[in-house]
Ligand binder design. Sequence first.
Ligand code: ADP
Ligand code: MG
Length: 596
Amino acid sequence: MKRTRATLDSDCRRLEGRGYPGYKDLRGAYDFEGFTLFIDHVQGDPFAAPSKIRVRVPMEVAGFPPELIKGRVRRLALGDFVARAIRSAIGRAPAPDGGSRSRGSGKSGSIRIDAGAQEVLERTAVQISPRDDWIEARIEVGLPAAGRRILGRQASELLCDALPRTALAGLRFGSLDADLVTAFVHCIENQEVIRRGLAERGLIAFVGNGARLPRQSGADDRPLAGEGVVPFESPAAFEVRIEVPNPIGSRVSGTGPDVWVGMGIPAGVNLIVGGGYHGKSTLLKALERCVYPHIPGDGRETVVSDRGLVKIAAEDGRRIERVDIHCFIDALPGDRNTKAFCSDDASGSTSQAAGIVEAIEAGCTGVLLDEDTCATNFMVRDARMQALVHKRYEPITPYVDHVRDLHRTLGISTVLVMGGSGDYFEAADRVIMLRDYAVLDATPEAKQIAVEKPGERRREARGSIDPPPPRVPVAQSFDASRGRSKDRKRVKIDVRTTNAIRYGECDLDLRGVAQLVDISQTRAVGLSMHWASQHLMKDGATLAGILDELDALFDQSGLGALDPFAAAEHHPGNLARPRRHEIAAAINRLRSLRME
Ligand code: ADP
Ligand code: MG
């Protein structure tokens, strides 16, 4: 028999006062007027992870204009906007009984959707069907209880009214501000069009004039407001103009090309210099984050970096498994092999060297380095130190002696914040100076200084820099099971913060992975590692090959393919797509990792 809103209403009321597991009877699909409600998973008790519900609206009812769902980028942007709209509708919903939002014990009455923050990511919270015949939101709710007794009347009010009302506030074009949603989609599309065109122009990044880069605080990624903020302005010498498809703010009908003006950062070696507190790290941080598109109003929505730029920092204490760092570090005391270097407790310099080599292995196009988080001895070795400590006793060849070769032979660009040493002047293609948050071209002056005050240091690189040899991960080293021996096979991958995964029995510390920006990405990273170990790590598959396969999987089947329960009663509503670089970074930091 077809189940409808009326069935759900009476079923809920009938459960009033019964034990919590009675809710399991509600699983299934219910036809409402104009949409379908799916109850996919029912939580075991009021304190367990909430129940999973989908609201699906046929596209002709949802009424989104075809222009807004045309192409991968627009669909992604629209889905992201819809999730945000539902989240704000949840925030606006009147609390039951006029008081607290809670409808009883534990998570009773809570409604949640996994919408994004400043970045726009491919996520599973809102799905548009491949043939555009429906749009669906995946929502978590706490089914109401008093103690462990079902509150049937509240459940009915929640499932039949409150939840559909909030979901439809995002899922129907008519409920949204048409100008806002259009501008949002257009803004994201502009960024992606620029990103796709960067390489062709010989650029690795673009920073639009007028961009507002500083953030509220180190713990708050929203834009800093107020008079004191100096908007970005490119010096004439660095200025580029890029045609974008949409003038921001226009309606779909009135579209035509527009031009964004700003600073282009070319492939090669770029130095960011300037006095302390003049805005260097803020610029680098923007480049680091803007591998992802940003929402209108973020301040960085005209900043676009190449997808393959990877921020690298020194990360002493991390694990390293068979990484060939010999170009940077050779002849360690005790004759340790640096062609397949292993450490359970890396130093600042070895961790930074490994980070760079691993990023190259994963296919990065450039590295972002900030002196604030670099190991000094990895970056420079000045003339006096060369005189005091003979090269024979110094295993490190500093980055300054490889930075040009990295670009020339491997095509890896560098953007480096370096206020403390002029030894990079010779190596730099471009010197970007920050003074009172304003950007100046300091290239000619720095080059002149390099000629007039030649450094006394000698170049130390021996031989050229080679592409790192491919590594083959061992599937068995990715055991995600946890618990007593009898249910030892239970896969447990817990993610509590953006930067930490409990993977089986292993604590995986991702604090050094700066471009993991959303906890839903972290969840996807954890699942990707497990999925790869089950399906891809065989027949000598290399790490780079495995990352290719994961990207292909996400492109073809979406992130939902990762969910181990997708076929059963769960649905993956809380995943966001990580880059291959963040998946690689997590694999590389796993303490149990073994490479063949
Ligand atoms: P540096 O790395 O050069 O020492 P930071 O980038 O850390 O400097 O910036 C120092 C401070 O200045 C930060 O608090 C930052 O928020 C603020 N800031 C950076 N850029 C701007 C700007 N364009 N306008 C206003 N404040 C800024
Ligand atoms: Mg700084």
